[in-house]
Design a protein around this ligand. Sequence first.
Ligand code: NAD
Ligand code: ZN
Length: 348
Amino acid sequence: MRALRLPGWKTQPELVDVDEPTPGPGQVVVKIGGAGACHSDLHLMHDFDAGAVPWNPPFILGHENAGWVHALGAGVTGLEVGQPVAVYGPWGCGVCARCRVGAENYCENPAAAPVPGGGGGLGLDGGMAEYELVPAARFVVPLPDGLDPVRAAPLTDAGLTPYHAIRRSWSKLPPGSTAVVIGVGGLGHIAVQILKATTATRVIAVDTRAEALRLAEEGGADLTLRSGADTAEEIRAATGGRGADVVLDFVGAEATMRLGAAAARTLGDLTIVGIAGGTLPVNFFSVPYELSIQTTYWGSRPELIEVLELGARGLVRPKTTTYGLDDALRAYAQMQDGTLEGRAVIVP
Ligand code: NAD
Ligand code: ZN
């Protein structure tokens, strides 16, 4: 089968021919219907060196996947060939306390996981291929009625990651509150929709690109701001001087982290999701009192089921553009130069 493989750190992926996977005991092969292209893949191609994460290329890209069950390994029950499914991406050990409650993104025994701290498309072969080998049946989540694999694929990362970040801040998002989304790309545009679908907060979206802000408006953002030197002041002005209750940074650069800290409210949350490599110096007087600053990584299996439900009910609708495997490099190039709207989904 054909596949898009990352051969090494700081290299371009290449189209290769590889053998079709066959499932061992307990495993599932998924026929890929859609594999989302994530900005994290650009970080793998351009920014990461050996040692940055506990796994290494080569592997087939694509950590945001959905399709149909193609083949079941010995002992797998409860799934049927042809059934539409999403693939839960962070593959943990399955038996530690965190994995047992479905938070395999924070597995506590990564040495016993299929790959430590990664998954398909992140250390092991992923979904930018005709088929993906999924090492355990619990990573295969049946799609609810009304959701096709192309729309489901982005929900498994570009949806699940913001959903997890937003869900942990729900208690700070009552009516009258304000949430700021910085970076309205693949993750950010779905974050706007999730905020509107699951809370009554007012949503302010910030991006450098006018097209991204249009996408935020389509998703229900109440106010959109082109980021610049005055953005923190504009957010304060729009919140009666108080600042935002929750800031979600889907860029993670120096400038956006500083903006987040400057725009946040006392007792607020600043959640850093983007991994652009910025740092935020903190001293006693440089950030609002009791501002909680945290990073988040992906989401849990129960949360994926909830996001898929939002998708099936039409409450969250990723904006997708589809590309063939031959065109995958063009999708990444467009993401890089800012001409991609929403999420690129590779349909092999
Ligand atoms: P994307 O390229 O689709 O979107 C990024 C958006 O940020 C674009 O709209 C861009 O115009 C905007 N942007 C860039 N610089 C900006 C700035 N200075 N101010 C305002 N807006 C700016 O990327 P994506 O796939 O949505 O991923 C976003 C980030 O999240 C990446 O760093 C990715 O690696 C990371 N990520 C993290 C997790 C996690 O679990 N923490 C999961 C997936 C992706
Ligand atoms: Zn990702």
